[in-house]
Write a protein that binds this ligand. Structure first.
Ligand code: GUN
Length: 297
């Protein structure tokens, strides 16, 4: 058997076209252009590329982006001051602080200082709490991207055993939260899973991954999940982005898993393109929420 590949690039283009249309409608109705402020501290090469792509896609989707580039030795107080200014600026709807931050700056203090109304990454404790209570203000970008891929490919999670491998704050934990809810903004079929979250301390991980109808892997280890760890016919979503000898590769060993899975996302071209699309979705939702007389998201 050879798995059907799920084309994240095509799904992302489709979603970005939908967002571009809605963003243009917001501007036509209210004169407001949804605007993202991106903050990049230091010169990490991967972060520079991510931020550039986020800005490019914003502008292609009828939104604006404003980049604040700060040197690596920026004091934490100066970064807090910039965020306070952006929090109070009515022309800025979303704020994104690109991670990782340089050593010496507390990620926790910085992310906590972003206004929850402008927290388009969904990292603020208030937004994480709302998500966990099943009344999200924003959906976390990468987990939302995973749900969009599944949904738009006709793969429901309701009643299924979903196994999430990884417990990061950005992917594993919020993914687990989304899947276990009673309802989803994407419809009841995209929640109501029985969810197991595995991690680096899980004994006999393969015994659990083999039970997964939907297997979502975000553990940050290249080619970690092999074909013998996958239930035949399962939908396997690879969130990994590892650089091996300069090549981008996922957490799933593509060659062996493609022979066992029913559906599989490639790397690159799977989940990656959806993360930015979902950031745009949240930026537009933030602008709609902050603009009186606009249609709510
Ligand atoms: N660094 C890696 N992934 C992300 C992300 O989703 N958001 C931000 N702000 N930084 C990141």
């Amino acid at each position: 058997m050879s798995a059907q590949l799920l084309d994240g690039k095509a799904i992302s283009s489709q979603i970005r076209a939908e967002i571009a249309e809605e963003a243009a409608a917001l501007t036509a109705q209210t004169g407001v252009t949804a605007t993202l402020a991106a903050i990049l501290v230091g010169d990490d090469p991967a972060s520079q590329i991510y931020v550039r792509n986020k800005q490019r896609d914003c502008e292609r989707s009828n939104m604006k982006s404003v980049l604040h580039r700060l040197p690596a030795d920026t004091p934490e107080a100066a970064l807090l001051e910039l965020i306070a200014r952006l929090n109070g600026d009515p022309t800025i709807h979303g704020i994104l602080v690109q991670l990782p931050l340089p050593q010496g700056i507390s990620e926790e203090r910085i992310l906590d200082s972003v206004s929850p109304e402008k927290d388009v990454d969904c990292f603020h404790p208030t937004n994480v709490g709302l998500l966990s209570q099943g009344r999200p203000r924003f959906l976390p970008c990468t987990p939302h991207g995973v749900l969009q891929i599944l949904h738009r490919c006709g793969i429901e999670t309701a009643g299924k055993h979903a196994v999430v491998v990884g417990r990061s704050e950005i992917v594993g934990k919020p993914m687990t939260q989304l899947l276990v809810q009673r309802s989803s903004p994407l419809g009841p079929g995209m929640a109501n899973a029985t969810v197991t979250c595995c991690h680096s301390r899980t004994p006999d991980l393969a015994a659990i991954t083999r039970q997964a109808d939907v297997l979502i892997v975000a553990i940050g280890k290249a080619d970690f999940i092999t074909g013998d760890m996958v239930k035949p016919g399962a939908a396997v979503i690879d969130v990994g982005m590892n650089r091996v000898d300069g090549r981008l590769t996922g957490d799933v060993d593509f060659a062996s898993v493609v022979e066992v899975a029913g559906h599989l996302t490639p790397v690159p071209g799977g989940v990656g393109p959806l993360t930015i699309a979902m950031l745009l979705r949240n930026t537009l939702a933030a602008a709609q929420q902050q603009t009186p007389c606009s249609k709510p998201a």
